[in-house]
Design a protein around this ligand. Structure first.
Ligand SMILES: C[S@@+](CC[C@H](N)C(=O)[O-])C[C@H]1O[C@@H](n2cnc3c(N)ncnc32)[C@H](O)[C@@H]1O
Length: 276
């Protein structure tokens, strides 16, 4: 007997992405699945579940289903104090170790505003003090969001969410009805698909931003993701979570440095010896 299709999809989505649809938001999943069927011209959610279970779904259709399960809410300079404290952290910690290049990872970057905000922050810093070049890796599980990232194009509405007029003039130019990020920031960012629960990123970073994504996962999954992210921190590096997120109960051996109310989670000396 087939399981209830909504339970089937919540299980599938959790296994493949880590995103949990619990009792409180299962109705949202039902609505999203119905909309998905309408767009994909599939007669019902039951029929969709059958297609998945019989493995007669196209890979692109499967990817679109996982895209549909994600929440891509983001904006430029989301929680602005993060960006002033990133500047402080680079000045007071990372730059003192004399790195050849500064590497930053926006893990779960959604449509790219976070990575571009970091690029603007570092570009501004490089005008105030000597510093090495920097590169930013922006990854997400959602293909649709990555396609937008790679276009570098934003609507008026998106631009107005978090970006000052000054920064808009400095870093974006009008392209038809849209705004395109200028090469001085856009060229610093590399965009890639990555699933945090099966990470395929093999590099180390001075800052990893993993904001507003672990909230959708169960504690055990958060622990596993954070362990992987810690392996990818440079010895002088730090992990940043979203404003409402914490490592308490997830990774209690992390050293926490508070800068202007933002927690920078670093490897403890013992962990760095094990993983550096
Ligand atoms: C709410 S957005 C946060 C975007 C940005 N970090 C911010 O704080 O503004 C959450 C993003 O996490 C992505 N995501 C969810 N599960 C993921 C996973 N397992 N691996 C990578 N990205 C994931 C979603 O596709 C979505 O774009």
């Amino acid at each position: 007997m087939w399981p209830n299709p909504i339970d089937y999809f919540s299980g599938l989505i959790e296994r493949e992405t880590g995103i949990v649809y619990s009792e409180s938001n299962i109705f949202q999943l039902k609505m999203r699945l119905e909309e998905f069927c309408r767009v994909e011209k599939i007669s019902s959610v039951d029929q969709l579940a059958k297609l998945f279970q019989e493995k007669s779904i196209q890979p692109e259709q499967g990817q679109r289903l996982f895209d549909m399960a994600t929440n891509n809410e983001t904006l430029f300079f989301r929680d602005p104090k993060y960006f002033t404290s990133i500047e402080q952290f680079l000045k007071n910690d990372v730059l003192k170790t004399d790195p050849r290049e500064i590497r930053i990872w926006s893990a779960a970057s959604s449509t790219g505003q976070e990575a571009l905000s970091v690029a603007m922050t570092l570009d501004q810093l490089s005008k105030k003090m000597p510093m090495p070049s920097f590169s930013i890796l922006a990854t997400d599980i959602c293909d649709k969001a990555l396609i937008k990232c790679k276009s570098g194009l934003y609507t008026d509405f998106e631009i107005k969410r978090g970006l000052s007029e000054d920064k808009r003039e400095q870093y974006f130019r009008k392209e038809g009805d849209l705004w395109k990020a200028k090469p001085e920031i856009f060229s610093k960012i590399h965009y890639n698909y990555n699933n945090l629960i099966r990470s395929s990123v093999y590099d180390t970073f001075h800052i990893i931003l993993c904001r507003n994504v672990l909230i959708y996962q169960k504690v055990e999954m958060r622990k596993a993701v954070v362990d992987t992210l810690f392996l990818q921190l440079d010895v002088s590096g730090a992990l940043l979570l979203g404003a409402g997120e914490t490592l308490v109960g997830i990774r209690d051996d992390a050293k926490t440095e508070q800068i202007d109310g933002v927690s920078f989670y670093k490897k403890s000396k013992l962990t760095s010896k094990r993983t550096a």
